[in-house]
Design a binder for this molecule. Sequence first.
Ligand code: PHE
Ligand code: ZN
Length: 850
Amino acid sequence: MSDAAPTTIYLKDYTPFGYLIDSVHLTFDLAAHATRVTSRIAFRPNPDARDRKFFLHGEQLRLIRAAIDGAEIAPEVTDEGLTANVPNAPFVWETEVEIDPGNNTALEGLYMSNGMYCTQCEAEGFRKITFYPDRPDVMSTFTVRINGDLPVLLSNGNPTASGQGWAEWTDPWPKPAYLFALVAGDLIAYPDQFTTKSGRGVELNLWVRPGDEGKCAFGMEALKKSMKWDEEVYGREYDLDVFNIVAVDDFNMGAMENKGLNIFNSSAVLASPETSTDANFERIEAIIAHEYFHNWTGNRITCRDWFQLCLKEGLTVFRDAQFTSDMRSAPVKRIHDAIDLRARQFPEDNGPLSHPVRPESFQEINNFYTSTVYEKGAEVIGMLKRLVGDEAYSKALNLYFDRHDGQACTIEDWLKVFEDTTGRDLTQFKRWYSQSGTPRISVSESWDSGTYTLTLSQETHPTPGQTEKLPQVIPVAFGLLGPNGDEVRGTQVLELTEATQSFQFTGLAAKPNPSILRDFSAPVILDHGHSNADRAFLLAHDTDPFNRWQAGRSLAEDNLFRMITQDSAPDGQFLDGLLAVLRDGDLDPAYRALMLQLPSQSELASTLYDSGHTPDPLAIWTAIETLKQATAQHVQDLLPRLHSESLVDAPYQPDAEQSGKRALGNAALALTTRLDSGTQAAAEYDRANNMTQQLASLACLLRAGKGETQLSSFYDQWQHDRLVLDKWFGLQISLASPDATPAVALGLTQHPEFNWKNPNRFRALLGSLATNHAGFHHADGSGYQLLADWLIRLDPVNPQTTARMCTAFQTWKRYDDKRQALMRAQLTRISETPNLSRDTTEMVSRILDA
Ligand code: PHE
Ligand code: ZN
């Protein structure tokens, strides 16, 4: 552990900063190892603050000069910042510092990537650029001058002047420092333009490295669609003359919403049919939308402090999900989101890292960019919308924008606009922000001469720091089906607010079948108490597409569960139900493809653990393989038809329709490969003219233990393309057999193209190791050891990415004693590494405290 005891920051300790800022002027003299940053900041005392201590954050800065109103001073400087005596009146603060972007491997602050200068300031990176009150509630306009001999010099806002070797930018909208950005490089523009609904012309540019111009068209279209959608659905217009997006290869996250200058991980924006899969395209469209939507939810209205992170992230994820539902298929998007939430957020919320959507303390805020804050945060907004209704939701949002534009806000401000518009008391609802853990709902029902009674009970298990749990407000979307499959009660929302509550439905002719939690109306674990006959009935008849899919999913899960715990065989109820759905040519191909997707190994591990079993990774893997094999045999006769239904004549488009067809075709191909040992997959590989087909057929071959030649020709074909090469690394590890996985991963770490300091490449390799469930949990512990070796190596270089990847160990307590001991040993080894970063120290200690 590092010697300095980690400091914990608490929400309850919030106080406003003692000074307000009227303007910020920054000058950058760029040089790879000695960039000069000169700041001129107009401060004045904050009338709303009591504490007048003048502390400015600053890390890894070499102070050259500081002055107040032109007179030089010698402030007291520590590793974390400086303090100075300042006038109790407005004053102009100036500093000159020197920084070393060329050696900044952490990718926070100003750093370099392939010769390009680039910044990342959220959450607390601006303090690595200059001395500043680096907190989101301090907002100001910025003027930035960049001096540097690179052709493209960008910052936030509008360009105001430029000449040979310099450019000046002015951002008229007050913003916190975390939204600051600067980019300088030899970049090519992919230009376009957009006219807002009030007639403002906006110049759009996507800036990329030379050679990537051919991968910009899709991202640009997605941007224009997002701008239009936000005008139509939320009434929000863009507010600057230019909107710039820059693609950068070295980036810790997906993308960043800096005002007027979004910076993207190149994997989250660059796309072409030859190099990107349908899933890549969909993700890119969603991330472009997400960052653009932040302009209003995040930038114009920002967070008072980092505890309020979900204020911007939960809302913006919710908005991007609405966008995707509108652009593509709403049921398919909802199912994907439920799958992801269960795969990522549920394990987090039911393990040592569990925290509320609005955490109340942290050591390192970077560790709280979690699926709880983002995805559960978005679910909370979805529940609120469902409870108040669509109309009240949009009224509340208009009030939010009117009332809080230009402010740094809290969850209390957010909920208040809903209370004020609807008159509803949201005190109990607010528990969704403060109480951690996933509520579990159990169901019982009774039937008595025409009256059906549904009783729902809720319970949340204790989580770290929270033993007592109170009932939440849970909107349960619900419908009833009659014995012949007709819907006898359409969807309505039941509000579960007590620990146990009953709902009665009268005047029914026969005992109905309930369809509960339609559209996945709340982020909860639902224990139906359904029999497989009930599930098969819903799979055949439910009018709610989510619950129809869920019925099939539950059948599969139950079957796998019994195969693992009771040595059962694959059973007919699931397979016949599946066959019927696959035969239904009226059903969206994407939806049928989802039906064919079995629960993942880690999801099954969670289910087993939840019901008191110790998950055996190899047994889980074997059961899934067996059920897939049985599925292939059971639906064999249908496979040629699925294949032909999936053929696309038109030129490649990554839209919902075509990608749905390809998803179904490739799901069918995976089954076919189990029967023909790869003949068709090899032919598909040779025929493939887009990455979706090429990668899917290669995956089929690798899964069948074939494809060695295709794998090496794939490498030869794509070795120049870094994003495709990430896929090449990842695929081999994801699809390696459980026994071989750690060795395959180890072998690839020795590959000359394993540039481990690049986060995408590191994740492609070690992230794939961590998500290959049976392979990572190899009984000899070699998977754990390999990951720990690399986390220890990466930590001094890039703490943020290291800390995130420690989550691979968060479920360690679920496994058998031997595996627990092996994982504990690796976690301990990491924690005892000298000079371990604050990020990783916090993560490992929370995980070990389980
Ligand atoms: N704010 C970014 C987003 O969600 C995520 C991010 C956080 C990026 C921290 C970089 C650093 O859109
Ligand atoms: Zn975001």
